[in-house]
Design a protein around this ligand. Sequence first.
Ligand code: XUL
Ligand code: MN
Length: 344
Amino acid sequence: MSDTYRFSFGPWNIHEGADPFGPTVRPAIAFAKKLPMYKKLGFDAVQFHDDDAVPNVDDKSAAEVAKEAAQVKAMLAGEGLVGEFVAPRLWEDPKGIDGGFTANDPAGRRWAIDRARRAIDIANSLGTKLIVLWLAREGTYIREAKNAIDAHRHLVEALNAMLEHDAAVEIAIEPKPNEPMDHAYIPTIGHALAIAHQTVEPDRVGGLIESAHALLAGLDPSDEMAFALAAGKLWSVHLNDQNGLKFDEDKTFGGANLRSAYNQVRVLELAGYARTGRFVGLDVKAMRSQKAEAAHLHLSNSRTIFLKLVDKVRSFPKDVESRYIAERNYEALELAVIEHLLGD
Ligand code: XUL
Ligand code: MN
């Protein structure tokens, strides 16, 4: 494996601009029309929700699901792309209204596990063993709505059911502290890896860190990544940016805090992430005010900023770093970093 990074994004990252306060502002682009955009923008892999690959997945037989997913794999191959992961989209279906895996209604929990198994089948047909779990509605709006102790045990049961469904599947939990719920049960990578260790196969449960999610939890994204990297469990990232504690903004990587972005790249470099062959995933959205004809620039710009920061990390003088660390002169180290970022 080389030191060259490879990038991915999901079809939802090219979107029509709807938000909770207003409708779409750009025409929809069909999935088949998005695929040829990937290579042009510098990307090699597609992130999927289960129903991005197989729409209305609940209403189809296992054979139909396998056939449609195989067709998508052929479309990917035609564009020189691969599928990075599949994430079961439990949060849009009315059956998941109270959460899927942690629903109070046992029928809801059974549906969620069944849907997750289908997502694994789709991943197999697409040629990837990586499943991402963003646990969107696995939480509450008010604490009294669920027994949180039972809810965490239900999460372990769901993970076990997925691990037992397929002996090769690997599950990367994508923690997020809130939104859509007031509070989500797995808000940080620490929670994710702790729950991994309660499953029947901890080695097959890891994490995906999204920059904005870590920031919403009041944490440093690079340290969240480091926690997973130290355990050999950073299986993907969702790089983006976030301007303070507000809604999940999914801004262009480095667009709000270049120093934080630099440190996320630095930790990936320290870990030799590029050599693992895993993808650098982006989860960015164009501003709603962006014109349709240029509503893909957030993707190529995020990648450009990432690669420029790789150069910055690699070119930071190591002797200067070692000297200031040895002298415990972190004020001098900080100025050296800022001057380096400013190009001085
Ligand atoms: C939600 C989010 C999702 C996941 C994939 O905040 O980040 O797009 O990344 O399900
Ligand atoms: Mn994400």
